[in-house]
Design a protein around this ligand. Structure first.
Ligand code: PLP
Length: 415
């Protein structure tokens, strides 16, 4: 008789894992108050301005500029930091596509460096190998909520006179040696898209301690207006990237709830990592005392097929789902440099991108191979969802029990 549920046995669990978003009557009341106030835009209301101040204070940064999403936050942060047409921007190959497209949209050129196999964040040695005379910036991604090695990356940036734009899309409350994400580089972009640990469905924020970058980012997000200027006077090439009061109101509620949720996720992540240290074939990322707060948008696990009878990551995940454990997924299945958009002529558009004629040749991303990134995408990385880390100890125990069972009976995994 089969043991594994995927082969016809009984599943470990029959109840769903905790889901996302988490909300209550506070969000409902906050939205209702905005509706009834009649002040729906940030120019009239106080919710977006309040959220900017509260989130910047939470990140211990001087300036916060709310925008429509994290992609826009990165694009405007790059521009505010002086990155433009033809400038090379070094970033990890293992990230969401927006890290790269934010640069491409302003005519800058993404250059992909590999990640450290023990942290899944930028490997400073690989960044160093990517430097050219056209390098202008580094974009460390605090992937999954774990800060990149900002000591090494800031030292490298200083030596080569580069700006550092943190992709902090997943790093609310994350810190490195006690300093919060968003204050570690020159400027940063955060996301509040629907999967994120603080969300209003969409939303983003630029965070910086640099007054000039903050002022420019604000102007860029508000049609090029300037403080004190006439409403219909526009001074720089910006756009309308403003967030609505509805978003601001929800995000303020989400932020109030956040510190307790963060501590809850951190406690469950520590418990799960400890429990999984007993399980063959699943490893966790390296512990580093300099990562003083991990936001755990994702708890990364590393899957080693040899310990599961050679079963692929996809088969392992299918077996876990059959056991009733929809707690993890495969994450990015393609490195950014293998995304069809980066391989298509003119990036899939009818006309060449902005940097044609400035840059000697559009990079042939098809030639890029980064072994650690490739391995993470194809066979190794497992992403435990942030919502699951808001569960109870029993939920964590069920995950461990299911992994253990799938391993013990891996010979039952269908071909
Ligand atoms: C690492 C990373 N960068 C950038 C973004 C872009 O954020 P958004 O989806 O809000 O545009 C996201 C989120 O989706 C992300 O995870």
């Amino acid at each position: 008789m089969a043991h594994l549920a995927i082969a016809g046995g009984q599943p470990v669990r029959r109840t769903p894992m905790p889901s996302w978003p988490v909300w209550n009557q506070d969000e409902v009341e906050a939205v209702r108050a905005v509706v009834e106030s009649g002040r729906w835009g940030a120019q009239q209301g106080t919710e977006v301005r309040g959220f900017e101040a509260e989130f910047a204070a939470y990140q211990e940064a001087a300036y916060g500029i709310a925008v429509t999403n994290g992609t826009v936050a990165l694009k405007l942060a790059l521009t505010a930091a002086g990155v433009g047409v033809g400038d090379e921007v070094i970033m990890p190959g293992y990230t969401f596509v927006a890290t790269a497209t934010a640069a491409l949209e302003i005519g800058a050129v993404p250059v992909f460096a590999d990640i450290d196999p023990g942290t899944y964040t930028l490997d400073p040695a690989s960044v160093e190998a990517c430097l050219t005379t056209r390098t202008r910036a580094i974009v460390p991604v605090h992937l999954g909520g774990r800060a990149a090695d900002m000591d090494a990356l800031m030292a490298l940036a200083q030596r080569h006179d580069l700006v550092v734009i943190e992709d902090a899309a997943q790093a609310w409350g994350a810190s490195w040696r006690g300093r919060k994400a968003g204050t570690l580089g020159h400027v940063a972009g955060f996301s509040f898209q629907s999967s994120k640990n603080i969300t209003a469905g969409e939303g983003g924020m630029i965070v910086t301690n640099d007054a000039a970058m903050g002022a420019l980012a604000h102007s860029l997000s508000n049609c090029g207006r300037q403080p004190g200027g006439l409403w219909y006077a526009h001074y720089v090439l910006g756009g309308n990237y403003r967030l609505s009061e509805f978003h601001g109101a929800i995000l303020r509620v989400q932020l109030r709830r956040y510190p307790i949720q963060l501590a809850h996720r951190q406690a469950n992540a520590a418990y799960l990592e400890q429990a999984l240290s007993e399980v063959d074939g699943i490893t966790t990322l390296r512990h580093d005392a300099r990562v003083t707060s991990n936001a755990y948008h994702v708890l990364f696990l590393q899957y080693h097929p040899a310990a599961f009878g050679g079963a692929s990551k996809a088969r392992f995940l299918a077996a876990m789902r059959a056991e009733g454990i929809d707690a993890m997924h495969a994450g990015y299945s393609l490195p950014v440099y293998r995304q069809p958009v980066l391989l298509a002529p003119n990036f899939g558009l009818a006309t060449p991108p902005l940097f044609s004629g400035v840059y000697p040749a559009i990079p042939d991303y098809g030639k890029v191979t980064l072994p650690v990134t490739d391995r993470a995408c194809t066979e190794e990385a497992l992403w435990v969802r942030q919502s699951v880390l808001l569960g109870e100890r029993q939920d964590m125990n069920d995950i461990v029990a299911a992994i253990d069972k799938v391993q013990r009976y891996s010979h039952e995994l269908p071909e």
